[in-house]
Design a binder for this molecule. Structure first.
Ligand code: CP
Length: 311
């Protein structure tokens, strides 16, 4: 089992075959995670650097756990406690750490393209853990794994991605992946948060009416309003956003069928998703987080070139 890529920079670079291999490998690792001893020796020769220049709860913990479950040695880098605060560049920082013999680098950065830059300049395998407004490929993969697990496949499934499409790396990775695997995609939200080129560039449907999007889909993947990436006013207020685009249990119950609710986290409760919908039986949000560990184990294992999925 081999991927066509040396790094995981984005879903854009993967073939449908790559995606299939990652999702199938993740099934095996999910089985490992159900065992009393949730650990395999697959990466015991490998050292992995977790380089997080931006805040993270789920992705960071999930990668760390995936690495430990694979028996890799790990180093965790935090910007605030590093010499980046003294003016050191990204490349100098990474090269200094690599001279201590690191094999793989997991990077989250607020600048789109930071993982691609590293991949061009250093010999280690790079895994993108979210770069600016570009991509968040392991989130796209764990979302796809969760849909496949819940609905039995991806082909022909109708997925509505709802909210701040313009500033979302999760949206882009999901769109690339779902289209490559034969799913139908609608992006929904206020016109000011959906780029005008979406329909032509990505062959997705665009819907500004929330109820119509929800009536159409099998799965709604709901996104947070990313205020930290907005430098202008794109909607009147969070209260008005909730009135027009917030999803409540009452709204879900009024639809003609039961749909699946997903969210990459962090949730802004009472804005894009009300608590009674986020915590309802239709939500698979915590299953997404659980699946993230198995999916990241699969990505690290396949990129490491480790032979044989050791028991
Ligand atoms: N989904 C996601 O990327 O969450 P974090 O920002 O907490 O890692």
């Amino acid at each position: 089992m081999q991927l066509s890529v040396k790094h995981l920079l984005g879903i854009r670079d993967l073939t449908p075959q790559d995606i299939q291999v990652i999702l199938d490998t993740a099934i095996q690792f999910k089985e490992v995670l159900q065992r009393p001893v949730k650990k395999v020796p697959s990466l015991r020769e490998i050292t992995i650097l977790n380089l997080f220049f931006e805040n993270s709860t789920r992705t960071r913990i999930s990668f760390e756990l995936a690495e430990k479950r694979l028996s890799a040695d790990t180093i965790n880098f935090t910007t605030s406690a590093s010499s980046v605060a003294k003016g050191e560049t990204l490349l100098d920082t990474v090269n200094n750490i690599l001279s201590m013999k690191v094999d793989m680098v997991v990077i989250r950065h607020s600048a789109s393209g930071a993982p691609h830059f590293l991949a061009q300049h250093i010999p280690a395998a790079i895994v993108n853990a979210g770069d600016g407004i570009n991509e968040h490929p392991t989130q796209g993969l764990l979302d796809a794994f969760s849909i496949r697990e819940k609905l039995g496949g991806l082909e022909g499934k109708k997925v509505a991605i709802i909210g701040d499409i313009m500033h979302s790396r999760v949206a882009l990775s999901n769109i690339y992946l779902l289209k490559k695997m034969g799913a139908e995609v609608t992006v929904a939200g206020p016109p000011t948060l959906i780029p005008k080129y979406m329909k032509e560039a990505f062959d997705v449907r665009v819907e500004y009416n929330l109820r119509k999007a929800l009536e159409w889909c099998d799965v709604a993947n709901v996104l947070r309003i990313q205020l930290e990436r907005q430098n202008q006013v794109l909607f009147s207020s969070l209260r008005e956003y909730n009135l027009a685009y917030g999803i409540s249990k009452k709204l879900l119950d009024s639809l003609s069928k039961k749909i699946v609710i997903m969210h990459p986290g962090p949730i802004n409760r009472g804005v894009e998703l009300d608590s009674d919908a986020a915590d309802s039986g239709q939500s698979i949000i915590l299953q997404q987080v659980e699946n993230g560990v198995a999916v990241r184990m699969a990505v690290l294992y396949l990129l490491s070139g480790a032979g044989g999925l050791s028991n």
